[in-house]
Structure formats: structure tokens, C-alpha cells
Design a protein around this ligand. Structure first.
Ligand code: NAD
Length: 454
């Protein structure tokens, strides 16, 4: 399998894909390794992950360069991602004892009732490329802390980063047979679905997630899905600083070239502040530097996948054919590399693909609304349910709207953010189950209820 640099289209290297035989062999090793790993104390497992955390810091520059070379995001955003992953690991290290230790529920009249958290066994993690450190860490760190072994399939677009993760985990002292990589794309993923694991944890698109859910169902093991979104944002008429709101929300839509599961994908603006917002928003978008992701000051780098250029072009074309007005960008850049201009469209309607299908690129549709009721109705008009955001001077007003939106996350005066202490979960087409927080630590365990009578 060729690993291609999306900024230059050069082949960086070639790797050997796994086949069903090599994967079976790896899974058998993991099965044996898991028993010894689970027999270690939580403190021993914690020490290995703490070392991994340290190594990510020591090697950050080199790791960021590798990440940028295969996904095309600006170097600074690669550094930010590694810093963010370390913050999440740090939270998990600080809280794992609290949430995975045995719990005493009752102790009276000769009866003790307790809960303990046992590892699932050997779990399979099929992962995405857009934030390989962040979405990887959400799964394999709590899984390992809980005493599981992990078959980790990085995306075929983030294979080199997967190899770095594997190397650093082993360097941190993780036994060889507790973490194995499955190298390859869809076919490799299918082999993993043919096999039997004790749990499947997937990050990726709705289409693949639905397929995986159906394939895993007969196995009767946990299957957790972190999928895409079409996340809405509403700017109410009482916002104080429209320039600051425009800059923050533009970043929420375009950071990482819009290739974030929780990127702002639709914007609704109250008619009273609409004109000022649009002027400030377009101004902000036009101020960004676009270019090679290794160059200083670049905010818009290359897209990771070539095919997405067609998706974006189709969305822009369909929107324009139906009356949308283009205020910035609108097309791919000719030449080497997968570049698309940051694109702003107004006069859009919710029926357009631009407002219904995940764009996963540097384009946004902005729509004028009359009041909170119309904004709420339009925000909720989606099959997805990852996040939703309201900018307003009033928290009560924002919460009133967000309570009516069926999404796993609600933001007031912020967007496109994830916190290690809060459950990260999608609803409907955005997924099933949670990572992060106490729920995410326990997602890789099965509970045992103890009734102990003396
Ligand atoms: P994708 O669905 O194309 O691929 C994800 C993974 O599934 C890859 O490793 C791929 O090789 C594998 N795969 C593909 N077909 C398969 C099959 N038939 N059987 C088994 N495995 C298969 O998604 P992607 O392009 O890597 O990631 C982008 C998507 O991920 C977006 O929709 C984004 O919103 C979503 N995402 C969600 C979250 C979240 O936390 N909710 C985080 C990051 C990304």
C-alpha cells in the first residue's frame, strides 16, 4: 500500500498490508498476552501509559512532522493534536483509579454488595485519519488501562502515525503481545469483522459505522461507534462582539480544513446581526494563509483525501444551482496537492446537500433566520446528532434552544471542542456509546455484581 503525501502527491513509502492469516496470528498472540496484562495491577498498567504520555512529549516535533506528511494538516495543528492527546491521557491517568476500582454499594447486616470492572478481553479498534492521535487515544488508552489487549487498525491515511504509536507504546514498556497493528484499508477492516473480538470500537463515517454495527450484531459483543456530524451553530441577536463571534465560529468551521467530526457544518444567524456577521466572517476567512502545511503561518493546508475535492465541488455546484450565493472560494486549486479554497455560501436552504450531508472540508453554508424558534427547527433538521452550538449573551436562552436539539453535546459561546472529563457521544447517525469521561473509562469493561453474605 502506497502512503501518499496529500500536499505534494508524492509517495512517501510503501507498507505491507495485513491479510487474514497475519491478522489471525496477531489475534492469537493478543489473546495470550491479554491474560498476563490483565493480571498486572492497575498501577503497573498506569505506569506504562504514563511513560507513553512522556514519550509523546519528548518526540512531539518528529511525530508532528510524520502526521503532517501523511494527512496534510498544518504543522502547528499537528503539534496541537499531540498536545491535546497528552491532555486526554493525563486526565485518564488521574481518574482511572477512581472509576475502575471496585465499588462498595452496601455493607450492612452481614451483606456486602459490590461492583467490579473487568476487562472485555481483546478488543478491535478501527480508527479514522482526521485526528489519529485524539480518536486513537480515546479508545486504546482506556482499553489498555482496564486490562484489555488491542488490535488497532489505523486508517490507511494515517498508517505512519499508527506505526509511531505502536513503537512508542512498546518503548514505554507495553508487552509486544498486548497491542498489535492491523495495516490496510477496507479489506483489512473486513477481515477484522470476519474474526471474533470481545468488542469493536469504531471511529469513522456513518456509512461504514452502520455496516460495522450490522456485521458485529450477531457476535453479541459491545460495539461502539463515533461517527460523523452536520453540526449546527446559531448566532442570536444579543451577542456582544460580532467580530469576535465571527472569528471564533469561522475557526470552528475551518480548523483542520473542516475535517473534524464536530466541525461547525451549518450556521444560522439572527436577521438583526446577519449583515454584520457575514461581513466579519468573510473578512476572517479571506485573512487566512493557504499553502504547504509545513510552511509557517499556514492555516489552510491540504485535504487528506483526493476524493473529497469532488464531494466539495458537487456541494458547491448544487447549492449555486439552487440559488446560493458564493462569497468566498468555491473551487479546488490546480496543480499538485489536494487543496480547496475556503468557501462561504449564503442564501442557502436546508434542503441542499451542503446543509444536509457531512462536507468534511473547508466549506460552509450560512442562513438568515427570523427568531429562535426558526433556528431551533432548522438546527434539529438533520439525521446527525453530535454537537450543536448557540452564541448568545444569555446562557438560559442558549440552553433553552439546545435542550430541544437531539445531540450528544451542547455548546454555549464555544464550538468544535472536546473535553476529557465529559462524555463524547453521538446520537442517531452520529453514533452509539461514549468515549472520554468516567463513561469512556468504563466502556472497555464489563461489570460484575457481587452479593457477598457472611
Ligand atoms: P471511514 O468510515 O471511511 O473509515 C474509517 C475506518 O474504517 C478506516 O480505518 C477504514 O479503513 C475502515 N473501513 C472502511 N471500510 C470498512 C469496512 N467495510 N469494514 C471495516 N472497516 C472499514 O471514515 P474516515 O474517512 O476515516 O473518517 C472520517 C469520518 O469519521 C467522518 O465522518 C468523521 O466525522 C468521523 N469521525 C468521527 C469522530 C467522532 O468522534 N464522532 C471523530 C473523528 C472522525
Amino acid at each position: 500500500m502506497n502512503i501518499v503525501n496529500p500536499a505534494t502527491e508524492e509517495i512517501i513509502t510503501t507498507v505491507k498490508e495485513d491479510d487474514s492469516k497475519s491478522l489471525s496470528h496477531k489475534r492469537n498472540l493478543l489473546k495470550m498476552g491479554q491474560k498476563n496484562w490483565a493480571a498486572k495491577t492497575l498501577q503497573e498498567r498506569r505506569a506504562v501509559i504514563a511513560k507513553f504520555y512522556e514519550l509523546l512529549g519528548v518526540e512531539r516535533e518528529q511525530l508532528a512532522a510524520v502526521l503532517t506528511s501523511e494527512v496534510g494538516k498544518p504543522l502547528q495543528q499537528s503539534r496541537n493534536e499531540i498536545n491535546g492527546a497528552r491532555n486526554r491521557i493525563s486526565w485518564m491517568l488521574d481518574h482511572v483509579e477512581q472509576y475502575l476500582s471496585d465499588e462498595q454499594v452496601t455493607d450492612a447486616d452481614g451483606l456486602k454488595e459490590q461492583v467490579s470492572y473487568e476487562p472485555l478481553g481483546v478488543i478491535c479498534n478501527i480508527s479514522a485519519w482526521n485526528y489519529p492521535y485524539l480518536v486513537g487515544v480515546n479508545v486504546f488508552i482506556p482499553a489498555l488501562l482496564a486490562g484489555n489487549a488491542v488490535m488497532y487498525k489505523p486508517s490507511e491515511y494515517a498508517t505512519l502515525t499508527g506505526q509511531e504509536i505502536d513503537r512508542l507504546l512498546k518503548q514505554a514498556g507495553l508487552p509486544e503481545d498486548v497491542f498489535k497493528m492491523a495495516i490496510g484499508g477496507k479489506e483489512t477492516g473486513e477481515h477484522l469483522l470476519d474474526m471474533n473480538f470481545d468488542g469493536y470500537f469504531f471511529t469513522g463515517s456513518y456509512k461504514t459505522g452502520k455496516h460495522i454495527y450490522e456485521r458485529v450484531a450477531p457476535k453479541m459483543v459491545p460495539c461502539q461507534l463515533e461517527l460523523g456530524g452536520k453540526d449546527p451553530l446559531y448566532v442570536a441577536d444579543d451577542v456582544k462582539d460580532i467580530n469576535a463571534v465571527a472569528a471564533a465560529t469561522a475557526d470552528g468551521a475551518f480548523y483542520n480544513n473542516g475535517q473534524s467530526c464536530c466541525a461547525v457544518e451549518r450556521i444560522y444567524v439572527h436577521e438583526k446581526v446577519y449583515d454584520d456577521y457575514i461581513a466579519a466572517f468573510v473578512n476572517e476567512v479571506k485573512s487566512w494563509k493557504m499553502g504547504p502545511p509545513t510552511q509557517d503561518g499556514v492555516y489552510i493546508g491540504a485535504l487528506t483525501r483526493k476524493e473529497q475535492l469532488d464531494v466539495l465541488e458537487r456541494q458547491v455546484k448544487e447549492a449555486q444551482e439552487n440559488g446560493a450565493v458564493l462569497l468566498a472560494g468555491g473551487k479546488r486549486i490546480a496543480g499538485q496537492g489536494y487543496y480547496f479554497e475556503p468557501t462561504v455560501l449564503t442564501q442557502v436552504t436546508n434542503h441542499m446537500k451542503l446543509m444536509q450531508e457531512e462536507s468534511f472540508g473547508p466549506i460552509i453554508g450560512i442562513m438568515k433566520v427570523n427568531d429562535d424558534a426558526e433556528a431551533t427547527y432548522l438546527m434539529q433538521d438533520t439525521a446527525y446528532g453530535l454537537t450543536a452550538s448557540v452564541y448568545s449573551a444569555s446562557m438560559e436562552r442558549a440552553k433553552q434552544i439546545l435542550k430541544q436539539i437531539d445531540s450528544g453535546t451542547g455548546y454555549w459561546n464555544c464550538c468544535d471542542r472536546v473535553s476529557a472529563g465529559l462524555p463524547w457521544s453521538g446520537r442517531r447517525h452520529s453514533g452509539i456509546g461514549s468515549t472520554l469521561s468516567h463513561q469512556g473509562l468504563r466502556a472497555f469493561t464489563k461489570t460484575k455484581a457481587w452479593h457477598l453474605k457472611s
